[in-house]
Design a protein around this ligand. Structure first.
Ligand SMILES: [Mg+2]
Length: 259
């Protein structure tokens, strides 16, 4: 069972944070949340964003936000700084991406023929590794149709996961957790097999693998919406939802002994 955040012990070497519903409040990053992120980062605890959003968003996030790295496309592409430049780490060999993309476009056409109304999401053009079929953002299909999309894509050899708006699909063999372990090893000089001194915070079903992988995982209070469906629960819970919950966590981390 999840415990109150006050029981989380440090030191915390870095904070990995989901974006939508965790960093954002009603789809925006509030000024107070931005300030908390700045303070945590300036105090020497790096922040890493972890999202299913497209690579194009990650490039911009890393450019303008006080964060060390941005994991995008559910682990497909991770943006890191290298001096004044950005560098990308891929979840699959970069040389194989054109071939994967060709196969994925074929699969998308097949899905659109078999499930009338399904179409590529409008953000797919900003994706480098995965693609998304829109079922509930700019079109409206039923959850049953979305599940048909998922099974068609899996039968075609892709990983496919349904979020509240999209079915994301792409090459197998990477996920958010494996990308975070790469960040721990390559950027933080840590042991990727021991994540106990790092914290992950999230808010939804697609964060379950991270709740399983990080011993010090935290759910912001709005995760209670999904509680019964959540296969892996966070170790700790904040009292407040969304950005206010993240600020609660940051204040707690900053009160702990330093790493
Ligand atoms: Mg989220």
């Amino acid at each position: 069972m999840s415990r109150p955040l006050s029981e989380l012990r440090g030191p915390v070497r870095a904070l990995f944070s989901d974006v939508d519903g965790t960093m954002t409040t009603g789809e925006r990053i509030e000024a107070a949340t931005y300030e908390a992120l700045e303070q945590l980062s300036a105090s020497g605890t790096p922040v890493i964003m972890v999202t299913g959003r497209p690579a194009g968003w990650g490039q911009a996030f890393l450019k303008i936000l006080p964060v060390l790295a941005v994991v995008t496309e559910n682990g497909g592409v991770t943006f890191v700084r290298e001096g004044r430049r950005q560098h990308k780490l891929y979840g699959v060999p970069q040389a194989r991406l054109p071939e994967w993309r060709r196969r994925m476009n074929e699969a998308a056409v097949d899905v659109m023929m078999k499930v009338p109304g399904a179409r590529l999401s409008s953000d797919s053009k900003y994706r480098e590794v995965d693609l998304a079929i829109d079922w509930n953002e700019e079109v409206t299909l039923g959850a049953d149709d979305a599940e048909i999309v998922v099974s068609l894509l899996r039968k075609a050899g892709f990983t496919a996961v349904r979020s509240s708006v999209h079915v994301n699909f792409g090459p197998p063999h990477f996920d958010k957790l494996s990308a975070c372990m790469t960040v721990v090893q390559k950027l933080l000089g840590g042991d990727p097999a021991d994540l106990s001194s790092y914290v992950f915070v999230g808010d939804a079903l697609n964060d379950a693998p991270m709740f399983r992988g990080f011993p010090s995982s935290v759910g912001v209070a709005n995760i209670r919406t999904w509680w019964d469906e959540l296969t892996d629960k966070p170790a700790y819970l904040t009292e407040r939802p969304e950005g206010a919950g993240l600020r609660e966590l940051i204040a707690h981390v900053m009160s702990l002994p330093r790493a």
